[in-house]
Design a protein around this ligand. Structure first.
Ligand SMILES: [Zn+2]
Length: 440
């Protein structure tokens, strides 16, 4: 599909990129299980991270900083780890420069990462890993990801912005249910996705269905929601015919479930929902400051890519401690949702930002104008390009044209409104901190 192509293009070339070499074999050859000897040697040879390693080995005379190092870092089997906070792995691997790009790619552009933004990617990386300047690395990696640049909207509006609903006290008691689509027909005959989201944990389920019919919603509620999570008190839906149908309403009444209707503009759930609910359920949500997975299971998920590194064993948590911790976490999340709703309201009242300005020669992406937004929005890249700015006609209108190297017999030159434009960034090796300043 189109997405796959764009995704492949956004990856950086790997060593041994011989097109005649079978892909499967190449993947096997590129897969490493890193040994502790190898990691330790790379850490010590890497000037950006060797200092704490040497200090912990007692190879540096006391200079007053040692205590700080001892607080933050720890040596396990000769490998350097940095201590994590409550949401992170207890001992996070201190990553040598040469492995950083691979980790960033694992945490950003794989299907279970879903091309999330800077904040979520940073959180995902720092859950298991640390290096000086980590947030800078993530920032430049994500900013230069061409898939993201072409597919993300300029501003993302938080879901639920206009309809603040008081957060529930229990998980899976208040559930929003939405249809996404229609999409291109799949081989199994499905055109829509039924997507319920739990209002407390933000846990998302996505189920492909053939139509928006009431019977399908009923079966779905029975098998995927009630059978797994119990009876919700209330569901929140739009006024789609499937939801308002007598068949469903009668069934809901029997189940004792209330149905609130809201009029939504279809939230731009940025199409990612179709790729991986796992990515959504395991990413930190801005509103709760935790991942749905963490709220539901009380622990962080583990991804296959983490299994290539050795991790020191952690103390087993007692059941009592676990329950106490999870209960406290869920209480805290309820409170955060209340605070966050207030902040969203405040932000809503603030003025819009000023339009950006571009110069002749700047490379830009241009937002696609959609003639049939309902049907095509989720399947096409939101931006096309890159183009270059040929002329500034006014503070709002720019003339853009195909880059000289991309010109064929027919090429484009057209006026675009400043709101349609955003700068196209290219990966810049200078952004990769090799000797950069340390950062907490
Ligand atoms: Zn991306």
């Amino acid at each position: 599909t189109e997405n796959k192509v764009a995704d492949a293009l956004s990856r950086h070339p790997v060593a041994g990129n011989d097109p005649s070499f079978p892909e499967v074999l190449r993947d096997v050859c590129n897969y490493h299980n890193y040994s502790k000897e190898e990691l330790a040697a790379w850490q010590q040879g890497d000037s950006t991270i060797r200092e704490p390693l040497l200090q912990l080995q007692g190879l540096r005379p006391d200079d007053g900083q040692s205590n700080e190092t001892l607080d933050k870092f720890v040596l396990k089997n000769g490998v350097l780890y940095r201590k994590g906070d409550a949401h992170q792995r207890k001992f996070r691997l201190v990553v040598p420069s040469l492995l950083r790009r691979g980790i960033l790619s694992n945490c950003h552009d794989t299907p279970d990462s879903g091309h999330f933004g800077i904040a979520k990617t940073t959180e995902k990386v720092s859950r298991n890993y640390w290096w000086p300047g980590l947030s800078l690395s993530v920032k430049s990696y994500v900013a230069a990801c061409s898939f993201c640049q072409k597919n993300k909207s300029k501003t993302s509006t938080p879901v639920g912005k206009l309809h603040p609903i008081p957060p529930p006290t229990r998980m899976f008691s208040l559930i929003g249910i939405d249809h996404l689509g229609p999409f291109r027909l799949t081989t199994s005959g499905n055109r829509y996705l039924l997507v319920p989201i739990d209002y407390l944990s933000k846990w998302v389920i996505a189920k492909p269905v053939a139509s928006t019919a009431a019977a399908l919603i009923r079966t779905f509620l029975e098998t995927e929601v009630i059978a797994q999570h119990g009876y919700p008190h209330r569901i929140i839906t739009d006024r789609g015919t499937g939801f308002t149908a007598k068949l469903l309403q009668n069934q809901l009444q029997q189940w004792g479930i209330n149905n609130s209707f809201i009029t939504t503009e279809h939230h731009q759930s940025n199409g990612q929902i179709t790729h991986a609910t796992l990515a959504i359920n395991t990413a930190k949500q801005e509103s709760t400051k935790a991942s749905p997975f963490e709220i539901v299971y009380g622990r962080q998920p583990e991804f296959p890519s983490e299994r290539q590194f050795p991790w020191p064993p952690e103390d087993k948590e007692s059941l009592q401690h676990f329950l106490h911790r999870v209960t406290r976490l869920r209480k805290k999340i309820q409170w955060r949702l209340v605070v966050q709703q207030r902040q969203v309201k405040e932000r809503h009242d603030k003025k819009r930002k000023k339009s950006p300005q571009f110069s002749v020669g700047d490379t830009v992406l241009v937002a696609r104008t959609l003639r049939f937004p309902q049907l095509t929005q989720k399947l096409l890249p939101k931006f096309i390009g890159p183009f270059q700015i040929a002329e500034k006609r006014s503070s709002l209108i720019y003339l853009v044209e195909t880059l000289p190297a991309a010109r064929k017999k027919m090429w484009h030159r057209f006026p675009a409104h400043v709101n349609q434009l955003k700068l196209f960034k290219t990966p810049n090796e200078v952004d990769w901190p090799s000797l950069g300043p340390t950062e907490a």
